[in-house]
Ligand binder design. Structure first.
Ligand SMILES: [Zn+2]
Ligand SMILES: [Zn+2]
Length: 378
């Protein structure tokens, strides 16, 4: 009997030890008080999804962990190691926070072996039900072409002869609200229905464009890192073209993503005034006058360019926003009846203080991630 108890005790100790070491390998990750346990397997899955391009080895931002668990924007995080808790306001460290392994985190060059990461989210004051991924399925449905396998997003539309996308690069929700209050966008702030939305992470032009065209989140469409330029899932462009429709994309000086099947017009800065927007608008006018295609995407890049150079909300940024507002309004006036119009940004922008730049985006910050969809049926 004694021997039996010894064996039970021994097994108990082994189980206890392995339970301890098992628990210590995992990371406890708490989102606004809701706890999750992050295992090695989760880490490996995320890393594999981000590093799809075998020639590149991306540093895994810690934000990938947050986004995987549904976080749209971060206010601050706390790293708990034993009795020590270190607090990081996210706007100060977002760009310098890496996920090295399950519990191994590097922030500002310093390594932490975290027992727990506690994060506080930031979010818009109203509930947000929409995403940049909703634009393609509604556009295709309005043109009578099935696209994707998901149920249609809950946005009102009726069938249309043409769909026009005004893609306002870098002019996110926060910038829009600022400009609205400052009276800079009399047209954009009064036209159509305004739906607050979130973009996808990382909030970079190429990644968001992939989500826009595929109607799928960055975690699902194979483009979860910037630097990838091709979709491996169907895009609305190829779907429409296969169905006999015509798609034209009017760009600035380059394309942020590959659009096979679309007719691409590179506008450039022909008059050398430092901006491609006036050239984009002139090309768009020409295409509208010639008889517009089924889907026309007009990509204005100036707000983003000026935001990077001078910073958001600066006089240069404000002037550019007002200019784009007028250009969009003029184009909308020239559009034929029976056109469904979407106006949306790919992401917003936050101020930074670097030698080369005063604004940037790509992080899990509200200024970068909060966007909108304006829907207008002409
Ligand atoms: Zn962009
Ligand atoms: Zn940019």
């Amino acid at each position: 009997m004694k021997r039996f108890f010894n064996v039970v005790l021994f097994i108990g100790i082994i189980l206890g030890l392995s339970a301890c070491s098992q628990a210590s390998q995992d990371l406890v990750f708490s989102i606004d008080g809701q706890e999750n346990v992050v295992t090695k397997q989760t880490f490996q899955e995320i890393e594999k999804q981000v590093n799809v391009d075998e020639e590149k080895d991306y540093d895994l931002s810690l934000e990938y962990l947050f986004y995987k668990y549904g976080v749209k924007a971060v206010d601050e995080i706390n790293i708990v190691q034993g009795d020590t808790t270190t607090t990081f306001p996210w706007s100060e460290v977002a760009d310098a926070a890496y996920w090295r392994n399950v519990r191994e985190v590097e922030i500002n060059g310093k390594e932490y072996l975290a027992d727990k990461i506690l994060i506080s989210c930031s979010e818009l004051e109203m509930p947000v039900a929409y995403s940049v991924t909703d634009i393609a399925p509604i556009s295709a449905a309005a043109l009578g072409i099935p696209f994707g396998n998901e149920p249609l997003p809950d946005l009102p539309y009726s069938s249309a002869g043409h769909v026009v996308w005004f893609f306002l690069d870098g002019f996110g929700y926060e910038g829009f609200q600022y400009a609205k209050q400052a009276g800079l966008i009399p047209n954009l702030s009064t036209i159509g229905q305004f739906y607050p939305s979130y973009t996808v992470y990382p909030s970079k032009t190429s990644v968001v464009t992939a989500a826009l065209l595929s109607g799928l989140d960055s975690q699902q469409n194979g483009v979860w890192a910037s630097g990838i330029r091709n979709l491996t899932v169907p895009s609305i462009i190829e779907t429409l073209v296969d169905a006999g429709k015509k798609v034209t994309v009017i760009e600035g000086s380059s394309t942020p993503f590959n659009y096979p099947d679309a007719e691409i017009i590179l506008s450039g800065d022909r008059n050398g005034d430092g901006s491609t927007d006036d050239n984009v608008a002139a090309n768009a006018q020409e295409f509208i006058a010639m008889g517009i295609p089924d889907l026309l995407m007009i990509h204005f890049h100036g707000v983003d360019d000026v935001g990077h150079t001078y910073g958001p909300y600066t006089p240069e940024w404000r002037a550019k926003v007002a200019e784009v507002d007028a250009m969009v309004a003029e184009l909308i006036m020239k559009l034929p009846e029976n056109t469904l119009i979407f106006i949306f940004p790919d992401h917003g922008m936050h101020a930074i203080n670097e030698d080369s730049e005063l604004g940037n985006h790509g992080n899990l910050l509200l200024e970068d991630m909060a966007t909108y969809i304006i829907l207008f049926q002409k």
